[in-house]
Design a protein around this ligand. Structure first.
Ligand SMILES: Nc1ncnc2c1ncn2[C@@H]1O[C@H](COP(=O)(O)OP(=O)(O)OP(=O)(O)O)[C@@H](O)[C@H]1O
Length: 359
C-alpha cells in the first residue's frame, strides 16, 4: 500500500485565513430561501429550511453543525442529488452564474443538470472508496470523467488524468494511472477523488467531510492541497465539517446550521471570536482548541441534550430545549428571524443581545 510522503505537523488552529475574495465581486452561486422536505411514512421532515447564502470566487464557506443539522442535504439539494418529487420537495432557488443568464439549479431539467455536475460544480465525500470503483484502474476512472465532460478521446483523457494526478501531489503519476484504489492509502485515494473532481476545472467544489476519515497528519495535507488548488484555480469551496479547527484552517465564511436552519452566519473571524448564538458558543466550548471567543481557560463542555426530532420540532427556537439562556414565553413561542448583529454577521436568536451581556 502506498502511503503519504512527508508527514507534516498535526492540525493546529493558526487563526482565520485572510479573506482573499475580491470585494464586491458578484457571487457565482446565490442560494435563496432553499428548503428541502422529505415526505416520509411518518410525515414530512423539513431537513433544510430558509437557507440563503452567496458564494464568490476564491471564497471558502464552511457549513458546520451537529449530525442531522442539514449540512449534507443542503449540498445534495444544490447538486440536485436528493430523490425526485414527490418524495422530496425543493423550495427556493439556487442561482448559478455563467456566461449567460443565471440558471436556477432548483428547476433546471435533469439533462442540463448532468452537465453542471462534475463540470461546473464538483463534489468530494468523506469516504473515497464509496465513490471509486474498486475494479477499475484509477487512470481509467479519471479519464472517464474527462471524456464524459470534455468529449475528448481516451488517449488525451489519460494524458489529462496523469496531469491531474501530478497536480494533486501523487508521485510517479504515470505509473499510478494503472493502480487500483486498494493499492493506495486513504489520503492518496482522497487525492484521486480530488483529481476526478477537478478534471473539468469546476468553479465550485463541494467537499462533504473530506478529511474526517483521515488521520490528522493526512487531514492537514489534504487541507493544504485544497488551499493550493484554490489559489491556483480560483474555485470557490463549500466545505462541510463537524470540526471547528478545520473551519479556522480553511474557511473565510461560516454558516452554522441547527435543525435545518442557519442559526449563525458570517465571516470566520467574527463568528468564531464573538459567537452570538448560544448554539455556536456551545460548539466552540465542546472542542479542544479554544483560541476563540476568549474561552481559552474553560474546561471542555458538551452541549447537553440532543437535536430535536425532525418529525416533531419544537414550536419556537429549535435550540430552546437545550439552551441555558432560553426565556419562557420568548424562545419557546416563535422561531426567531435571522437578524444582523454586525455587518455581514447574522444570528437567529431572540435573546442575542441579552446573551452577549450574560456571557
Ligand atoms: N432520505 C431521507 N429521508 C428522510 N429524512 C432524511 C433523508 N436524508 C436526510 N434526512 C433527514 O434530514 C436531516 C438532515 O440530514 P443531513 O444528512 O443533511 O444532516 P448533516 O448535518 O449532514 O449530518 P451528518 O453530519 O451526520 O452528515 C436529518 O434530520 C435527516 O434525518
Amino acid at each position: 500500500m502506498m502511503s503519504e510522503t512527508e508527514p507534516t505537523a498535526a492540525i493546529s488552529i493558526p487563526g482565520p485565513t485572510a479573506d482573499v475574495t475580491a470585494a464586491g465581486e458578484p457571487p457565482i452561486l446565490d442560494v435563496r430561501k432553499l428548503s428541502v422536505t422529505f415526505q416520509t411514512e411518518n410525515g414530512p421532515v423539513c431537513a433544510v429550511q430558509d437557507v440563503s447564502f452567496a458564494l464568490r470566487p476564491r471564497q471558502t464557506l464552511a457549513l458546520v453543525g451537529e449530525s442531522g443539522s442539514g449540512k449534507s442535504v443542503t449540498s445534495l439539494a444544490i447538486m440536485r442529488l436528493t430523490p425526485p418529487a414527490p418524495k422530496v420537495r425543493l423550495g427556493g432557488s439556487v442561482l448559478l452564474q455563467g456566461s449567460g443568464a443565471p440558471r436556477d439549479l432548483a428547476t433546471l431539467d435533469s439533462q442540463a443538470m448532468r452537465l453542471v455536475r462534475g463540470n461546473e460544480i464538483s463534489m468530494i465525500f468523506q469516504e473515497p472508496m464509496t465513490s471509486l470503483n474498486p475494479v477499475h484502474r484509477i487512470g481509467d476512472q479519471i479519464a472517464e470523467a474527462v471524456m464524459f465532460h470534455r468529449g475528448i478521446g481516451r488517449r488525451a483523457a489519460l494524458a489529462r488524468a496523469e496531469e491531474l494526478l501530478d497536480r494533486v501531489g501523487i508521485p510517479e503519476a504515470r505509473h499510478r494511472l494503472s493502480s487500483y484504489p486498494h493499492h493506495l492509502s486513504g489520503g492518496m485515494r482522497q487525492r484521486v477523488m480530488i483529481a476526478i473532481a477537478l478534471a473539468c476545472d469546476p468553479r465550485i467544489l463541494i467537499a462533504d467531510e473530506p478529511t474526517t476519515a483521515l488521520d490528522v497528519t493526512v487531514q492537514a495535507q489534504i487541507l493544504e492541497l485544497l488551499k493550493e488548488l484554490q489559489a491556483a484555480t480560483g474555485m470557490a469551496i463549500i466545505f462541510i465539517t463537524h470540526n471547528l479547527g478545520v473551519v479556522a484552517e480553511i474557511a473565510d465564511q461560516v454558516m452554522v446550521m441547527y435543525a435545518g436552519r442557519i442559526v449563525e452566519q458570517g465571516g470566520v473571524v467574527p463568528v468564531m471570536k464573538q459567537p452570538r448564538m448560544p448554539y455556536t458558543q456551545g460548539l466552540l466550548r465542546s472542542v479542544p482548541r479554544m483560541d476563540f471567543a476568549g474561552l481559552g481557560s474553560r474546561p471542555l463542555e458538551a452541549i447537553p441534550g440532543s437535536v430535536p426530532d425532525p418529525l416533531n420540532p419544537p414550536p419556537g427556537c429549535a435550540f430552546e430545549p437545550r439552551c441555558a439562556h432560553a426565556e419562557p414565553g420568548i424562545c419557546d413561542s416563535a422561531i426567531p428571524p435571522l437578524e444582523p448583529v454586525a455587518a455581514g454577521h447574522l444570528v437567529r436568536c431572540a435573546r442575542w443581545q441579552a446573551v452577549a451581556g450574560e456571557a
